[in-house]
Design a protein around this ligand. Structure first.
Ligand code: 3HC
Length: 311
């Protein structure tokens, strides 16, 4: 009977305990977790494209090795998260098909192009920085498998953010042309990184319930504010400007006032009209088709092995 099971579920969430795959859960809780964890996994995999774009053109062998490690990490993050989503009773094949058919989303941020090497620094500092601000609270999410995946991912994201910060620090303390390149990348990635946190709280369709279920522990605007406050200090050390003339410390609020990103642009990018959406999806589709023979061979091999075992 729903009553007792719902009460038990509510008591676990209220006590900051974890809901595990075999526990009863409201269908809507399962659905929103599948949506969010799948979207998170898709973001990690698609995110490999803009970052991977510079592996073959990194300025030194050391930078190439670090970027290679980072992109491999993103693939691993995607796999942890697909595995977490599968505990909710959906298969990876279905999730990948939904991405390919546009029935599931990935983060808006990866629909922007990486035009210069400095973009790899800006992605590390800003995008991975925003991901950490968003993902640390998710380590305390009420769904066990998601929370545990986040703990490992957050550790690796810190390395990603550090290497991006170091790239920008090197460039901003380099030649005037390198400094200019770093500033240009920060100018282009700042507002899309703010938009990554989602629409303003007033337009957030899922926040209220996600907060009640302790999936989301802070609202989109609270995390966005935390990110801005963190970046202002770090930009000072980098010697780079954040492209927001409205940015200033507000003593009453104990936080920085800042100019909001363009949420109409966020909605357009989410709908598929960003600078690189078509390219990202075409690349993902091609990789999926190119990999079909591997999936078929693995399937055949597994069937043969099973048949031999029962022979
Ligand atoms: N990109 C794409 N879609 C977005 C979005 C974004 N940046 N922000 C919000 N949306 C979508 C939501 O999915 C929702 O779609 P729906 O109405 O079709 O269900 C709609 O916009 C309304 O937004 P809500 O605020 O109501 O949605 P959420 O409660 O899900 O909050 C979120 C959005 C904060 C992104 C939340 O889903 C979340 O925390 N997700 C996990 C974090 C994540 O996905 N991060 C990806 C970043 S990239 C990354 O981590 C890779 C790293 O290596 C850099």
């Amino acid at each position: 009977p729903g009553g007792e099971l719902q009460e038990y579920f509510d008591a676990i969430v209220a006590a900051d305990q974890k809901i595990e795959p075999r526990d009863w859960m409201p269908e809507a809780y399962r659905k929103t977790l599948i949506r969010q964890i799948a979207q998170h996994a898709h973001s990690e995999i698609i995110g490999m494209q803009p970052e991977g774009n510079w592996i073959s053109r990194a300025p030194t062998l050391k930078r190439k090795a670090i970027l290679l490690a980072k992109v491999q990490d993103e693939a691993g993050h995607g796999l942890y998260l697909y595995a977490a989503a599968e505990t909710l009773g959906i298969s990876r094949e279905e999730l990948v098909e939904m991405l390919i058919e546009g029935r599931q989303k990935y983060s808006s941020i990866f629909n922007y192009p990486t035009l210069t090497w400095a973009d790899i620094g800006a992605i590390g500092w800003l995008v991975d920085g925003a991901a950490i601000v968003n993902q640390v609270p998710l380590c305390r999410c009420s769904y066990g498998p998601y929370a545990r995946a986040m703990i490992r991912i957050c550790k690796e994201e810190s390395f990603h953010q550090r290497q991006g910060y170091e790239i920008l620090h090197t460039l901003s303390h380099g030649t005037p042309a390198q400094r200019e390149m770093a500033q240009d990348a920060v100018n282009r990635w700042w507002y899309p990184s703010l938009a990554m946190f989602g629409p303003p709280d007033g337009d957030s369709t899922h926040s209220e319930r996600s907060m009640a279920w302790k999936i989301k522990r802070f609202t989109n605007d609270e995390l966005r504010q935390r990110f801005v406050d963190m970046c202002v200090q770090q930009a000072g050390v980098l010697g780079l400007e954040l492209p927001d003339p409205g940015l200033r410390w507000n003593d009453e609020r104990g936080a920085h006032d800042y100019t909001q990103p363009d949420y109409d642009e966020l909605m357009r990018v989410i709908k598929g009209e960003g600078p690189c959406n078509r390219q990202r999806m075409a690349h993902r589709r091609r990789a999926y088709e190119d990999g079909a023979w591997v999936r078929e061979a693995a399937q055949k091999h597994a069937e043969k092995k099973a048949a031999r075992k029962h022979a």
